[in-house]
Ligand binder design. Structure first.
Ligand code: CP3
Length: 341
């Protein structure tokens, strides 16, 4: 790898500056994304390897980040299991056949890696394009978060149906989570076999759970997935919103990196974790709406706080919003790249 900063930091080795990439770095805040999006549906983009590669490469070419992330979505596992998935502008993801009872759960399939072959094909095209310049991060949704979309039938504010399922019918919830976890393990191993250099598990909505429910309905399955990966030299990043609270539990699943939302002081979190676990984060993405001197000040404040620490990857606490000014994202990355420990 010509640029090893990301992998060095992920394995808690020293780096001359923090590496940088951003969640949702290939997306709607980029005018160039819209040029492609106006011609194809989102799922067509994900399922056509050349297009998925084009979109993956946008932030590599236009922003100069230290790691690329596969262009896809966390819900493709739910689709492969039998969910009728669509994405509509302004509405977001929808499953037309939500999973609500034992029959629905039993109908979901678990031998589905063939249906996800397009992702492996995209990874191969992307690696040819990257040509050893920077690492490629693959990813999947964590079972709890994917379950919430399958059960609710789309995005949700309060996860009411998902919580009713786990509280009234925990045995059904466990059956569903175990099925998703099996598919997710196979899917991430498929991505490793296709050539990704790192993996991130996205459990975006874990913050909806209590401490006990997080352990029972999320962490257990994330742990099963992480321990089932063929992860030789492939760092694994565990992300959730709620990580400010759940980080010590997340660390028990032995990822290489825990990705932290913006609520916590990153150094305090790092010090409470085992020394060989790196942290990723944790700028509030809303800072990228602010004036550029504010952006610079906030990034440098984080870096001063983390000075002297090994195992720190700069990122946002969650993804870039679609209406964040492109120039501010570009500026933030320049600020990171000028910094020296
Ligand atoms: O980070 C990247 O740039 C890589 C690609 C990526 C996408 N989604 C592309 C995408 C990744 C890693 C994801 C993960 C994802 N998808 C998560 C976890 C991360 C997070 O943000 O919490 C979740 C919860 C989803 C489910 C999902 N997919 C939602 C809620 C939406 C947005 C709905 C909306 O319209 O706001 C999507 C669609 C999606 N995924 C888009 C992109 C670029 C937008 C699609 C479009 O262009 O219409």
């Amino acid at each position: 790898m010509k640029n090893n900063l990301f992998l060095d930091a992920a394995f808690s080795r020293p780096t001359e500056r923090p590496p940088v990439w951003m969640m949702r770095q290939a997306g709607r805040f980029m005018p160039q994304y819209w040029e492609i999006k106006n011609k194809y549906s989102f799922l067509e983009m994900c399922k056509t390897p050349e297009i998925a590669a084009d979109v993956t490469m946008l932030p590599v070419d236009l922003l100069g980040i230290d790691a690329a992330i596969l262009f896809s979505d966390i819900l493709v596992t739910g689709e492969a299991m039998g969910g009728e998935l669509s994405f509509t502008q302004g509405v977001g993801p929808k499953f037309a056949n939500p999973v609500r009872n034992a029959q629905d759960i039993d109908r979901l399939e678990t031998e589905v890696t063939d249906r996800l072959q397009y992702v492996a094909d995209a990874i191969k095209v992307i690696q040819q394009r990257l040509d050893g310049s920077i690492p490629l991060i693959g990813f999947a949704g964590a079972p709890f978060t994917v379950m919430s979309y399958l059960v609710e039938g789309g995005s949700s504010k309060d996860f009411k149906l998902t919580k009713l399922l786990i509280h009234n019918h925990p045995e059904l919830a466990h059956r569903l989570l175990a099925k998703i976890a099996k598919v997710t393990t196979d899917y991430l191993n498929l991505q490793i076999a296709a050539g990704v250099n790192a993996l991130q598990l996205f459990d975006s909505w874990a913050l909806a759970l209590s401490w006990n429910d997080y352990q029972e309905f999320s962490h257990r399955y994330n742990q099963d997935i992480i321990s089932g990966l063929n992860r030789r030299n492939i760092p694994v990043i565990s992300f959730c919103k709620g990580s400010s609270v759940f980080a010590p539990i997340m660390a028990e699943a032995r990822p290489d990196v825990v990705s932290i939302d913006w609520n916590a002081d990153l150094l305090n979190i790092k010090k409470a974790l085992p020394a060989d676990i790196a942290v990723q984060g944790n700028l509030d993405p809303h800072i990228l709406y602010a004036d550029q001197p504010v952006i610079k000040k906030q990034i440098l404040r984080l870096f001063e706080r983390m000075r002297g620490e090994q195992g720190f990857i700069f990122n946002l606490g969650h993804g870039i919003m679609p209406d964040i000014p492109f120039d501010n994202v570009k500026y933030a990355i320049e600020v990171v790249k000028e910094f020296k420990y």
